[in-house]
Design a protein. Structure first.
Length: 103
């Protein structure tokens, strides 16, 4: 009985010493260039709120000409279903900019 206990305590000591020596890892994600469709000060709200989950290129490949309601519904879905951390006033602005720029 003493031998398994000694092995367990020894293994625990090794694991604890490794855990205290671990350092957090940090990295920066490259943002890339802003597509021409999302350039301009008015589109900053889209870049700031959407690029944490989507590439900006992905946003610009969405169907064109769907209208304001399509974009409002899309942003609402991102907030309500996927829990995108977008403030209500920013959500309205994102939908408005995307409707204006992408139709």
């Amino acid at each position: 009985m003493i031998r398994p206990l000694a092995i367990l305590l020894g293994a625990s000591a090794v694991v604890l010493s490794l855990a205290t020596a671990a350092q957090p890892v940090t990295f920066e994600v490259p943002l890339g260039d802003t597509p021409a469709e999302l350039a301009g000060a008015d589109a900053e709200v889209v870049v700031n709120n959407c690029s944490s989950c989507h590439s900006l290129d992905y946003i610009t490949t969405q169907p064109r000409g769907k209208g304001a309601q399509f974009w409002k519904d899309s942003v609402t879905k991102m907030v309500n279903v996927y829990k995108a951390p977008i403030a209500p006033e920013d959500a309205d602005a994102v939908a408005s900019v995307l409707a204006r720029k992408l139709g």
